[in-house]
Design a binder for this molecule. Sequence first.
Ligand code: MD3
Ligand code: FE
Length: 229
Amino acid sequence: MRCGAQAVIDDLFAGLDGDDGRRETLAEGAMILRGFVRARAQSLLAAVGEIAATAPFRHMLTPGGLRMSVAMSNCGGLGWVSDPRGYRYSPVDPENGRQWPAMPDSFVDLARSAAAEAGFADFTPDACLLNRYAAGSRLSLHQDRDEIDRGAPIVSVSLGLPAVFLFGGLKRSDSPARILLVHGDVVVWGGPSRLRYHGVQPIKAGRCPETGDCRINLTLRKAGPPGSA
Ligand code: MD3
Ligand code: FE
């Protein structure tokens, strides 16, 4: 049921719902909850399919005019967009001028419970960026700084093919740690880790039962001002 050699380790923890107790603190404010959504992954992926039926995955252009290798969509009151005018959050899908699909309750619930587990009480996301990685897709080192309220954490969910995540420092030149993220893992990034540089190495080609030949990452965010949503 799972991708790669992780299956043996995962089997040792199988049968436990939700948090299976494997948590790793990467740095102050950054915590991995291994397998946190494994039991709910198929219903999350069904919700991703419904969102993508309304707001299809697309390859956005960077402000420099390059086509991103990761295909993206959004749900929630705000969605992250990039085009030659810049990066920003938009309440509408620029492809059709309509509001992004609503954020499913299951996304809100998992974000709240994962954030609470990592010590961030009362997290309410108003934006969810959906990233779809095919073999070879990557995300170069960057900071997430388009959100107004930097006091709120970001909750990220990994589904499907594994990824080598790059976890850097507060300067682009800080050499990043490499962390394997697999199907069902959740990471919470907040506090002093909120503005760390991070990225994703090119995804290795593979197949898994959950998503086929891709990796899906959900990032649940509070993009709007403090006190809103
Ligand atoms: C560390 N996505 O969408 S999620 C992104 O796996 C993004 O698709 C990656 O980076 C992915 O912006 C990584 C993990 C993540 C998200 C936000 C962070 C790590 C972070 C903010 C600060 C530090
Ligand atoms: Fe990011």
